[in-house]
Design a protein around this ligand. Structure first.
Ligand SMILES: Nc1nc2c(ncn2[C@@H]2O[C@H](COP(=O)(O)OP(=O)(O)O)[C@@H](O)[C@H]2O)c(=O)[nH]1
Ligand SMILES: [Mg+2]
Ligand SMILES: [Zn+2]
Length: 367
């Protein structure tokens, strides 16, 4: 497979960019309903480390304080601010109060199916703010490594315009098959590192990637996000956001996202496992924009509006690219799965058989 930087700095397609702008606008609107809540700058700010329902822990002047939103901000705290947000603080009597929200550089969000509504419209759920780098944490063996999770995370991160790397944790259990899956992403130009918190492998590599950044760990439950957070934090209790929480970390399942400072200007947001990564709100024609390796092929499909799904093999260059082995069949399978979700169709397996490079090899031999 050719090595090219398809994902280099997330070359954002116009359609993705448009979607992201609309999202940011909608988000701004919500906060603008309260006069002057969002401001450009303050030199008296703290960083949100954990949001509860109606209040939040803020790292402010080196201390962790519990604070509520300004009274006239008539909104629920966990709908307005998220870990990683910068907030301007004031003292009212003896209480710390969140007076303003500082403008964000990025917001990581996902859509979730809203089961309370009859129609299939997803609701947007924000996870964290001002993220410089996302680490997609996956594990060898337990839970099994599957490209479909990585691909959905990549989509969501690309949609939020957040650069991503992949970290294979539990590399002490790595198999040849895992190695092959990782190579697919290396060939796409994505930075892939391997760690083991058990054997203390790769922790320094990970730190190298995270230094001077506000980073987030995303990935399924059980892959080792909290263990990696612990490994990076070491015994440095003073620097942690949760001084009294130290003994609990790692043993308890994380239920909310939390922010940890491990070095000056270097922080990690540990997230709970996200169970469903719903991409059904994406427009079917746009899904291919999130698969940059299709780019060199798709322009030559016979039909200009080809979505490389039910179109005949002979007319679709993307399918032929997969059959020739130049586009990863795992990635194409992810694409088909996502398309099936979005289109509400189930029968993508026959499409997959049709483009299987093995099938094509034997067919050529027969001829
Ligand atoms: N074999 C192995 N197991 C690990 C490693 N890191 C974490 N684990 C185990 O994986 C399980 C889940 O870890 P945890 O950090 O809670 O995962 P999280 O849900 O992603 O936060 C725990 O039982 C850890 O002990 C590793 O490097 N190797
Ligand atoms: Mg955890
Ligand atoms: Zn096509």
């Amino acid at each position: 497979m050719p090595h090219y930087n398809a994902y280099d700095s997330f070359k954002t397609k116009k359609s993705i960019e448009k979607k992201r702008r609309a999202k940011e606008k909608a988000l701004g609107k919500k906060n603008d309903t309260v006069d002057n809540f969002v401001i450009d700058y303050s030199d008296n700010y703290g960083v949100v480390i954990e949001v509860r329902y109606d209040d939040a822990y803020i790292l402010y002047n080196g201390e962790v304080v519990l604070a509520k939103l300004r009274k006239d901000v008539n909104l629920i705290c966990n709908q307005v601010i998220f870990p990683g947000d910068k907030v301007d603080m004031v003292k009212v009597n003896d209480d710390c109060v969140i007076n303003h929200l500082l403008k964000r550089t990025s917001i990581l969000s996902r859509t979730k199916k809203d089961s309370t509504r009859l129609n299939d419209v997803g609701i947007t759920k924000n996870i964290a703010s001002n993220i410089d780098l996302a680490v997609i944490v996956v594990a060898a063996k337990e839970p099994p490594l599957h490209p479909k999770f990585i691909d959905r995370y990549l989509m969501i991160l690309q949609n939020s315009n957040i650069p991503a790397i992949i970290c294979l944790n539990k590399c002490d259990l790595k198999t040849d098959e895992d190695e092959e899956i990782l190579d697919t992403y290396r060939n796409l130009g994505i930075d892939v590192i391997e760690t083991s918190t058990y054997s203390n492998i790769g922790i320094d590599d990970l730190k190298d990637r995270l230094i001077n950044k506000q980073a987030i760990f995303v990935g399924n439950s059980g892959v080792g996000k909290s263990s990696l957070t612990n490994a990076i934090m070491g015994d440095d209790e003073i620097k942690t956001g949760h001084v009294s929480d130290k003994s609990k970390r790692g043993r308890h399942t994380t239920t909310t996202s939390k922010y940890y400072v491990w070095e000056e200007d270097s922080s990690i947001i540990d997230t709970p496992g996200i169970r469903s990564l719903d991409v059904s709100s994406f427009n079917p024609i746009e899904i291919q924009d999130y698969f940059p390796e299709f780019e060199n092929w798709r322009g030559n499909c016979k039909y200009k509006d080809c979505i490389h799904f039910s179109e005949p093999y002979d007319s679709c260059l993307v399918k032929q690219g997969v059959a020739s082995g130049l586009i990863s069949i795992d990635r194409y399978e992810s694409y088909l799965r996502i398309m099936s979700d979005v289109l509400g169709k189930k029968d993508y397996e026959t499409i997959l058989e049709e483009v299987d490079p093995e099938y094509h090899k034997t067919n050529v031999k027969k001829k």
